[in-house]
Design a protein around this ligand. Structure first.
Ligand SMILES: CC(C)(COP(=O)(O)OP(=O)(O)OC[C@H]1O[C@@H](n2cnc3c(N)ncnc32)[C@H](O)[C@@H]1OP(=O)(O)O)[C@@H](O)C(=O)NCCC(=O)NCCS
Length: 143
């Protein structure tokens, strides 16, 4: 298993089977062109993407930079082999290299595999919070 950063639209589209919904070329191109956005992909021996983690570096004038772990997914047939943890640790290493003061992820409280994965990568439980949203464009843009 090898973890590499996605650098082309083709890299991002090849991980299609791991996403919640179908990717779009224009969104993939915009993702790559956006500063602070990154995706790391774990490749199985056959070269097929087995998992990915995406991160967004967030900036604020009084805080500096922190890394948000946006999405983490491992193909069902490759789970429980350490790939989720390795991807999480790879994103944390990238965050450290970029000088981020911390990293965070939002997790459903009943998502036991995700909670176990983040804990095994050294996360600290920072408590439960409510999430509020404003749907702005129907289903367009959501996975
Ligand atoms: C969460 C997910 C990425 C974990 O990937 P994975 O490659 O199976 O995880 P790993 O094999 O690296 O496991 C990491 C740790 O979590 C534990 N773990 C993983 N799945 C588990 C499960 N179903 N139940 C209990 N523990 C689990 C492992 O035992 C391991 O612990 P250890 O390091 O102490 O031995 C995967 O289950 C997934 O893609 N889920 C669907 C998408 C999702 O929920 N993403 C997270 C959104 S916040």
């Amino acid at each position: 298993m090898e973890i590499r950063r996605a650098t082309t639209v083709a890299d991002l589209l090849a991980a299609e089977h791991l996403y919640d919904g179908p990717p779009r070329e224009d969104w993939a191109a915009r993702f790559l062109a956006s500063p602070g956005h990154l995706m790391l992909i774990a490749y199985a021996e056959d070269g097929v993407p087995a998992g990915f983690v995406s991160g967004i570096e967030m900036l604020h004038p009084d805080k500096g930079a922190e890394m948000c772990l946006y999405e983490l997914s491992v193909d069902e047939s490759h789970r429980r082999r350490g790939i989720g943890r390795a991807l999480t640790e790879a994103l944390l290493a990238e965050a450290r290299e970029r000088g981020c003061y911390g990293a965070w992820v939002g997790v459903d409280t009943d998502n036991a595999p995700a909670l176990a994965t983040y804990r095994s990568a050294g996360s600290v439980d920072e408590g439960v919070f409510a999430m509020h949203g404003w749907p702005l464009a129907g289903d367009e843009g959501r996975g």
